[in-house]
Structures are given as C-alpha cells and as structure tokens.
Design a protein around this ligand. Structure first.
Ligand code: AGP
Length: 606
C-alpha cells in the first residue's frame, strides 16, 4: 500500500523524507512525489513522477531545497493509473496547499462534482485531489487554521484514509489525519515525523505516538497536538519502538525474503519466549476466555493459512469448534455472532482492511476479540480485547515467511492455553507439545542447512508452467501456503490440494512431467499410508514428485528430509522448503523477490 512520510525539524527536509520513502518501498508502489514548504508565502516546492523513487531522484540530482518541512508519498494506484499527474502530492488550485493520502475516499465522486460546481479545476483522476480542494476552502473558512480545516474535511469524507497536508503560508507545520488506515507520530529531538509505519523514521527516533480512529495530529519541529474531530485535545500515548534500524536492513542477504527465511529460528524462539507453559496476565488480562462456545479465526492470505493450521490444534486441544474464515468474505454472509464467540483475527501488519472490517462486524455483535499480530500499536490489536504479539521483527519482503511461522506458533500457544483454561488437554500431552515447541528453532535451523541443494533442485523446474502441492491434515494448509508463495513470487500457476481430493477431479491436471510437491504427514500419522497412495496416483500419470518428509520415502523422484516433530507442529518445518522453492523460482525467473508485481505488503483497502 501507499507510503506516507512527513518531516519537520532542524534538518533539510528532503533527506529524511526521501530516506523514509525508501524504507517504505516494501509496501509496494508505482509512483512517488514530495512537496516541501519554503519561506512563508513562497510557492511550495513539489516534484512527483510515475515509477520508482529512482525516477524522482534522477530529477532531483544533487539539489537540496532549503526547506525544513515537507511530505512524501509512494502511491499504489487505486483511482487512476500510475502517471505523473496522478502521483501525490496533490495541490489546490492556488498551488499553496499540498496533500498526500493512503486509502480510498468512497464519496469522492460527489465531492468532486460539488467542487467543480464551485469553480475548482482538477488535474488528476484521483480521489485524493478532491481533498486538496476541500482543505483549501475549509482553511479559508477557518481563518487559515489548517488543523481546523482538516477536522472539518475529515467529517465530510467516507472511506479509509491517512492524510497529510502542508500549506505554503505555514512552513514547518504538518497536519495529519487517519481513519482505518495507519499513521504514527515519530517524536524526535528538535524534529518530528508522521508516517505510515515506524520503519520510515526508526533510524532517527524510537519514540512513537499511537493515533486512534478519526484523530488529527498537528505537528511542528517542537510541538505535537493530537485532537479528535471535535477539536478536543487528546493525551499522547507514547511507546518505545522495540525494533532497531538494522532490523529493517538486508544484513548482507541478497533479498529481504532470504534474510527473513533465515531469521525464522530466532523469530520462533522470540515468540515462544516465556509463553510455552502458559500465556500470562500481560497477554490475557483484557479478555475473559471462560464460557466460550466457538472460535472464529479471520484472516487473509498467508495469515489465513496459519489459521487453518490453528483449527486442527485448537479443536483437538481445547475441544471446541473452530471456524476459519476468509476475512474478505466473512461479514457479507452476516454470520451469527454473540458474546460466546472468541474471534481471533490474525494479521502481520495489523492494518489489513478486510480483516479489520470483519473484526469490527463480529465485535459489534458481542464477540470477544483475541488478536494475533506482529506490529505493535497497529489498528487491529488496538481495537481488540487482547493481543498475542508475534515477535518476528519487521517483515519487509511482501511474501510472508517468518511472520507465518510465528503465527503458527501463536496458534499452538493459544490452543494450549485454551486447553488448560477449559481443562480439556491432557497434562502429559501438553508437556509433550511444550517440549516439541522448544525444539522447533533448532529444527528449522537444521533445514536451512540444506538450502543450497534445494535451490539447485528448484532451478530444474524453472520453466514449468504449473506446480501442484499436496498435503493432508495440517499438511493441507501447508500445501495451500506453498502454492500461494509460488504464485506471488514466481508468477507461476500453482495450486494446493488436500491429497484425498485429487481423485475427485484435479488429477486430470496431471500429465507427464507435472511437478508435484507432496508434504507427507508425520511418519507415525494414520494418514501417512493414504498420502503414499495419493503420490502413487499422480506418479502413475507421469507426475514428477518432490516429497517433503520426516522419514525415507522411496516412491518420490526427489526427497527433501525434515526433522521429526509432533504431527500438529509439522507445518513449521514443512513450510521452510516451500518458501525456499518459491524464493529460488523467483530469482531464477528474474522477478522482483521483495516487491513482487501487483502486490503490497499491507492491503489497507477492501
Ligand atoms: C503473504 O505472502 C501475503 N503477503 C499476503 O497473503 C498476506 O499474508 C495477507 O495480505 C495478510 O496480511 P496481514 O497478515 O498483514 O493481515
């Protein structure tokens, strides 16, 4: 999604704004722009271009405007293609007010029609430009008070937005607003920041302020005022950012994704730390887990696959029915929800609009909300009753790897905790699971030692037009995740199937040479033999089988061995080779590994 950065302070603003935009590139974008205030009353300085930040930097050359405040934007096109004129910032007709925006203004058509009637002329196809004209009129009506203007305009807007605005008459002042879309304040020493997420300013300050729904931030180099839409001044909820700047760097790896694959052992152990024998009060104090009669997990994409694995563990250990719902579909079914429903939204970013809106639907109807999230202070945990933070650290690559692993860990921890609260898990089994969980980081480490042979094997399939993934029980969501990874990274057709489902139709896809990745259940699983039969079925029709197994399996054309673990925990290990296969396929095909085409790291539009 779009990247938003605002800077005001002692430095020349162009540098921290550009640096912040680079740090937000992972969010995915297709145009970029910057606006700066110069002296009071002087025209704004503005440059914006379609394409990557490099196009903008080419024009800038070495010139650094003498400005100490400004705003920058990387746009992921929604209304209007990625062109110079549609790039943000957008100006009012006098060229004195600039605005940048992340999200969607749902009522922009009627707003634009009304503005055109009032004599405003438009230069772009975007929904955002209407906001620039609205702010210009409102600022005049409020005797030049940009914050008051922002409050009035936000009250008129429908949809989701993060907005930043500056005016040439007030150099040094930036006003921001947010609704359903992320915005965070960075508190510096003689300088302040506004951004879509903390990675934009983390190298300057680790002090941040949360902004809630429909709140306005009015900042200068030395002052920060936060109000609601009525103008009531609100307290500052300051927090310390737990990441450091290097965490958001590549650390010598060719791509963020490879770095994050290798960070998985640490991400798993950090997420387990202090929680294996139970979730303490600091996690569960906001929620009553007694007397629930069903669990509903809502999520999107990879997070949805983590939820599917969680279903098996929670149902078995807590003896309760678990529904796993695609968040984008959930609320449109108008499902029945009440206060005996435990809703678990899973989200790495904590800003995924589909998941947020589904969560609100259930919460309005009484559900108790226990979020699983990787981003401190983001919207989903802020609106939940309790949150189990995964400690994967910043996940920069669009394709989720370490966040997925830690979401699995969170599922197991919640399953164990609910089993203990409900008295449904056998103490001996709980101890066995705890011991196996503690072994996972070392076992993932072990798999990562086989990465090079696996990358070589993958290159043999570089020109395949399709790849199928088979799994049973918890191996089925693992197969779905493997297929998603390959689609989003190699731009190749890939599909995940439940092994037993193949003979009901999809087996018609198999022809000579079709690569099939088969995730074998744990050796002691009742399903091991059935999966072996499914593999014979595809081999008999010419498939080339790459098996992922914790024990020898002669029928495979290629065998990728993983360590043994409890059958429910196997996805944590089996998914690692799938991540490596998709990574290598992207590299072999020359794709943009960290920012695959058309994708965004956090999808903050529905
Ligand atoms: C996974 O590789 C994708 N980046 C995508 O499916 C992602 O998992 C999904 O958009 C949900 O994002 P969230 O976890 O931030 O809510």
């Amino acid at each position: 999604m779009c990247g938003i950065v605002g800077y005001t302070g002692k430095a020349l603003a162009l540098t921290p704004v550009l640096e912040g935009l680079h740090r937000l590139e992972y969010r995915g974008y297709d145009s970029a722009g910057i606006a700066l205030t110069l002296g009071a009353g002087e025209k704004l300085w503005i440059e914006k271009r379609a394409g990557k930040l490099g196009n903008l930097e080419e024009i800038l050359g070495n010139s650094i405007p003498q400005s100490h405040s400004g705003i920058g934007h990387t746009r992921w096109a929604t209304h209007g293609g990625p062109t110079d004129s549609n790039a943000h910032p957008h100006l009012d007709n006098e060229g004195k007010l600039a605005v940048i925006h992340n999200g969607i203004i749902e009522n922009y058509v009627e707003l634009r029609a009304d503005l055109e009637k009032r004599g405003h002329t438009f230069k772009s196809e975007t929904d955002t430009e209407s906001v620039a004209h609205l702010l210009s009129d409102a600022r005049k009506a409020h005797n030049g008070d940009l914050a008051a203007a922002m409050r009035e305009v936000c009250a008129e807007l429908r949809g989701s937005f993060t907005l930043l605005a500056i005016h040439s008459d007030e150099p040094g002042r930036i006003v921001g607003a947010r609704r359903n879309s992320p915005l965070v304040v960075g508190v510096g020493d003689g300088e302040n920041f506004l951004a879509s997420d903390v990675s934009a300013f983390i190298s300057h300050t680790k002090r941040a302020l949360e902004l809630g729904q429909d709140e306005i931030a009015d900042i200068t180099a030395s002052n920060i005022i936060i109000t609601d839409l009525a103008g009531k001044v609100l307290p500052h909820n300051e927090y310390e950012i737990s990441w450091d700047a290097s965490a958001a760097e590549r650390g010598g790896f060719e791509h963020f994704m490879l770095k994050e694959i290798f960070e998985q052992p640490k991400a798993i152990s950090d997420t387990l730390l202090g929680r294996v024998s139970g979730l303490d009060e600091s996690v569960t104090k906001g929620i009553n887990l007694e007397g629930i009669d069903k669990v509903v997990i809502i999520a999107c994409g990879t997070a949805f696959h983590a939820g599917l694995v969680g279903k098996y563990a929670i149902e078995k250990w807590a003896n309760i029915s678990v529904d796993v719902e695609m968040a984008s579909e959930y609320r449109y079914r108008e499902p029945s929800v009440d206060n005996k429903t435990l809703l678990i939204p899973i989200s790495q970013s904590g800003e995924t609009m589909d998941t947020l809106m589904a969560m609100r639907y259930a919460k309005e109807r009484g559900a108790r909300v226990f979020a699983v999230c990787n981003t401190n202070g983001s919207t989903i945990p802020r609106e939940s009753d309790a949150v189990l933070y995964t400690h994967a650290g910043p996940e920069i690559a669009v394709a989720s790897t370490k966040a997925f692993e830690t979401q699995l860990i969170a599922m197991y921890l919640i399953g164990l905790h609910l089993g203990r609260v409900r008295g449904t898990i056998d103490a001996k089994l709980a101890k066995e699971i705890e011991a196996e969980l503690a072994e996972l980081p070392a076992k993932v480490e072990q798999i990562l030692e086989t990465v090079e042979p696996l990358r070589a094997l993958t290159r043999e399939f570089k020109d395949a037009t399709s790849m199928l993934f088979l799994g049973r029980h918890v191996g089925f969501p693992t197969a779905l995740e493997g297929a998603l990874k390959l689609k989003e990274l190699a731009y190749m057709h890939a599909e995940g199937f439940a092994g037993g489902e193949l003979k009901h139709g999809p087996i018609a896809l198999i022809e000579k040479g079709t690569p099939v990745v088969a995730i074998l259940p744990a050796e002691n699983s009742l399903l091991a033999e059935k999966m072996a039969s499914n593999i014979q079925e595809v081999k008999a029709r010419g498939a080339v089988v790459i098996a992922i197994a914790d024990s020898p399996f002669a029928a495979a054309d290629h065998l990728i061995r993983i360590p043994k673990t409890h059958e429910f925990l196997q996805p944590v290990l089996a998914v690692v080779p799938l991540q490596v296969i998709s990574y290598e396929m992207a590299v072999a095909r020359g794709n943009d590994v960290d920012q695959p085409r058309n994708l965004a790291k956090s999808v903050t539009v529905e």
